[in-house]
Design a protein around this ligand. Structure first.
Ligand code: CUA
Length: 324
């Protein structure tokens, strides 16, 4: 580790590093707003001082008030700021929506917030705590949930921050542009050791990341761990073709018909709900008999089971370890 890398972690400069594609775009909006504000503040102050001097007491100037119609002037100072406001809104909204919508080909990494640490798992099964290793130049999508209370996953150098909620999934994405180590914070008060819920993001060259992923003992992929859990909990005794529960092969992201005729997409959110609270949305034609697995599975394990169910559908949305 070079001393330059350490410096990015240990100092708190006025501005954090600008280490992602999104960071550049967010900063452009920020400095754009600053420039516009500075321009008008300066304009107003210069005119203020000029007129204060020009019309100061005792000076021989024309002080007659003319009752004239200033329609054109008034229209100008209404329309120009209106156009500027619309332009700022359009620009910032574009940046916001782009940063909220993860690109399709993202490398998916899982994050579980827990009092008071960040648990991270890569698709090939590698786990890490309070650290997040990512390759440079690759779109990374974080799929996040919480084991207990609300946390917030914040990487200042990437200008991304998103609440991490118990009972549902949230996501955010970034594309790192600079190798180095960056701060990772919990940005939502979550109890006694909230301030200690910090870590670091390590951006690596793609080859270094590949090597890092393969370090240590051979890992089960998330899907393989999910398959073991699936067998251990005997899910397959009911979930099979013609079984008492719906067959799960090919299920992921497909529309399923529920009791009562509604349709729902069997996405991550629905599958998690069906594991934790099976009675919430019963598939049409099946009995109400599945018990909850709330107490038997942690959020990490739910992620693994979902990865396995996804892999039964050809594994779309499953990120491979390729660095492309
Ligand atoms: Cu977790 Cu604050």
């Amino acid at each position: 580790m070079t001393s330059a890398k350490v410096n990015t972690m240990s100092s708190f400069p006025l501005f954090p590093d600008q280490a992602s594609v999104g960071a550049q775009r967010v900063d452009a909006v920020y400095f754009g707003l600053l420039a516009i504000s500075a321009f008008f503040a300066l304009l107003i102050f210069v005119l203020l001082i000029y007129f204060a001097l020009k019309y100061r007491a005792g000076r021989n100037v024309d002080r007659v008030i003319r009752r004239t119609d200033y329609l054109k002037l008034e229209m100008t100072w209404i329309i120009i700021p209106l156009l500027i406001s619309f332009a700022i809104f359009g620009w910032a909204a574009k940046v916001y929506f782009d940063l909220r919508t993860p690109p399709e080909d993202a490398l998916e990494i899982y994050v579980v917030g827990k009092q008071w640490m960040w648990k991270v798992q890569h698709p090939n099964g590698v786990r890490e705590n309070n650290e997040l290793h990512v390759p440079i130049g690759r779109t990374v999508k974080l799929t996040m949930t919480s084991q207990d209370v609300i946390h917030s996953f914040f990487i200042p150098a990437f200008r991304i921050k998103q609440d991490v909620l118990p009972g549902r999934y949230t996501s955010q994405w970034f594309k790192a542009t600079k190798v180095g180590e960056y701060h990772l914070f919990c940005a939502e008060y979550c109890g006694t050791s909230h301030s200690g819920m910090v870590g670091k993001v390590v951006v690596m060259e793609p080859l270094d990341y590949e090597r890092w992923l393969l370090q240590g003992v051979a890992q089960e992929s998330m899907a393989a761990s999910g398959e073991l859990l699936y067998a251990r909990l005997s899910c397959n005794t009911c979930h099979k073709p013609g079984g008492r529960g719906p067959d799960l092969a090919g299920l992921f992201n497909r529309q399923v018909k529920l009791e009562g005729g509604d349709f729902v997409t069997a996405d991550r959110e629905y599958i998690r709900e069906s594991i934790i609270n099976p009675m919430a949305k019963i598939v049409q034609g099946y009995p109400r008999m599945m018990p909850t697995y709330r107490t038997q599975l942690t959020e990490d394990q739910v992620n693994e089971v979902i990865e396995y169910i996804k892999s039964m559908s050809g594994g779309q949305e499953t990120a491979s370890r390729s660095t492309k």
